[in-house]
Design a protein around this ligand. Structure first.
Ligand SMILES: [Zn+2]
Length: 98
């Protein structure tokens, strides 16, 4: 049996993903309509933002408690906001496609 067959790693979840996606939704509302919002650009923004912040892995059966606590930490919330703002700026200037 392979190691990955013995254990269920699907229970691992990077809660930072949800936080970044929620923050993107808020910030993109303020961006001009001319900005490309195709799937490629949107997912690119999420990837760039997620690569710049500290991951927030949790064991999914523990629920969202960990994430909501992290969001109360001002520094983590700030880092999510900044990472999303920077990622939007980057992709707006330089989309992943022509
Ligand atoms: Zn695009």
């Amino acid at each position: 049996m392979a190691f990955t067959d013995d254990y269920d790693f699907d229970l691992l979840k990077n809660e930072a993903e949800n936080l970044v996606i929620r923050e993107m939704e808020v910030q993109l509302k303020a961006e001009p309509k001319s900005m490309c919002r195709c799937n490629e650009c949107i997912v690119d923004i999420a990837a760039i933002a997620l690569n710049t912040i500290k991951p927030l892995y949790r064991f999914s059966i523990l629920g969202t408690l960990y994430a909501s606590q992290a969001m109360n930490e001002k520094t983590y919330a700030e880092s999510v906001k900044n990472a999303v703002a920077q990622a939007i700026k980057k992709v707006k200037k330089n989309p992943a496609h022509d």
